[in-house]
Design a binder for this molecule. Structure first.
Ligand code: SF4
Length: 358
């Protein structure tokens, strides 16, 4: 199913609008040193039942985007422009009270650090039950029974006993499962998972990602997974958005972006991660340099100070003209924001990048 582009055009059952629609979003922070342009003109759509993976290095704007969707930025130092429509409801102008009603019930977040996200002073069961009581008016007894049910659903053994444990009595993997139970207890339509498996070992990581997919199939929730790990994207996402310096530089289906990426930054990301299935002699190629300061992003293409291919673009376009992301096509693929021609991208990918990805 298409998540980044349009709804299924022409379908009799297609909804009138995407479930989540982000249009021309800007999130800027006022700091003592100037304005940090953390998100700089971002647009995407997401449908129910689909998973969008957002990938990029630290500071690329992935988490900031999603905190804006949840309305969790401090309004005193944050300027948000653009449109965020959740099921047709505009969120950028919503009051704190309205957002509070939506958070937990309609949209929920799974954080990376479960130890920090769960309160050490309350039992796991109470923390799962709390949003249910708040949003549905369930009694304490009903909410506790549901907490036990949720713990069972996310694979916690002996949930009737473990419901009264405190977070420190759970292992890291169990805490992450408990956070998923907490996020999903009110059956939210949108779940945002920010690096949900980063702190976990590989086996538990795979179990948590499988669990998220299973629960999505059961509830039909839309999921956004924020990660720097392309393996997580490959395992969970239907669509991918690659972010750099607060912008989307490439988007498409997971197969397209993982198998045939078109942007030099995506090439760099894919070439710099180890692949279990590749020949051992293929060396990893780190992306040179560091992400730019968002106080003063480079003119032209923000990736140009780190890009190996600027010489292939005529004139000084990479340094002076900002490349635009093409409009999405019907199937979701919309390509990359890069001045290289389609033929140049194809030639570089085939000759230089693909051999490394084998
Ligand atoms: Fe590299 Fe130029 Fe493409 Fe930017 S526009 S990614 S600098 S080739």
């Amino acid at each position: 199913m298409s998540t980044l582009s349009q709804t299924a055009a022409g379908s009799a059952t297609a909804p009138a609008h995407p479930f989540l629609s982000v249009r021309d979003l800007y999130v800027h922070f006022a700091t003592e040193d100037g304005t940090v342009k953390a998100v700089d003109g971002l647009s995407f759509d997401l449908e129910r039942g689909s998973t969008l993976g957002i990938v990029g290095e630290s500071g690329s704007g992935k988490s900031v985007t999603n905190l804006a969707v949840l309305g969790l930025h401090n309004p005193r130092n944050t300027t948000i422009r653009g449109e965020i429509l959740l099921d047709g409801q505009e969120l950028t102008g919503a009051s704190e009270r309205q957002l509070n009603r939506l958070r937990g019930k309609k949209m929920a977040m799974i954080f990376q650090d479960s130890l920090a996200a769960l309160s050490p002073f309350y039992t796991v069961g109470r923390q799962i039950a709390e949003p249910l009581m708040k949003h549905t008016g369930a009694s304490r007894r009903e909410a506790r029974a549901r907490a036990v049910e949720m713990l069972r659903k996310v694979g916690i053994p002996q949930p009737e006993l473990r419901v009264d444990d405190y977070p420190h009595q759970f292992s890291g993997g169990m805490r992450q499962r408990a956070m998923i139970a907490m996020a999903l207890v009110c059956d939210p339509d949108l779940v945002i998972a920010d690096e949900p498996t980063t702190a976990l070992d590989v086996t538990v990581q795979a179990q948590i990602l499988d669990l998220l997919k299973d629960l999505q199939q059961e509830t039909g929730a839309a999921i956004i997974i924020i990660t720097h790990d392309l393996g997580v994207i490959a395992k969970t996402a239907d669509q991918v958005m690659v972010m750099y310096a607060g912008r989307c530089v490439e988007r498409g289906t997971v197969t397209e972006v993982m198998r045939r990426p078109q942007h030099p930054y995506s090439w760099g990301l894919l070439s710099s991660v180890p692949r279990l299935d590749s020949a051992v002699e293929v060396p990893l190629v780190p992306i040179p340099g560091a992400p730019p300061s968002l106080l003063a992003p480079p003119p032209g293409c923000p990736f140009h100070p780190r890009c190996r291919f600027t010489g292939q673009v005529p004139g000084d376009a990479c340094r002076t003209v900002r490349p635009q992301l093409p409009e999405p096509r019907e199937e979701g693929r919309s390509g990359a924001a890069c001045h290289l021609t389609a033929e140049q991208k194809e030639a570089v990918f085939t000759e230089q990048i693909r051999p490394r990805l084998r």
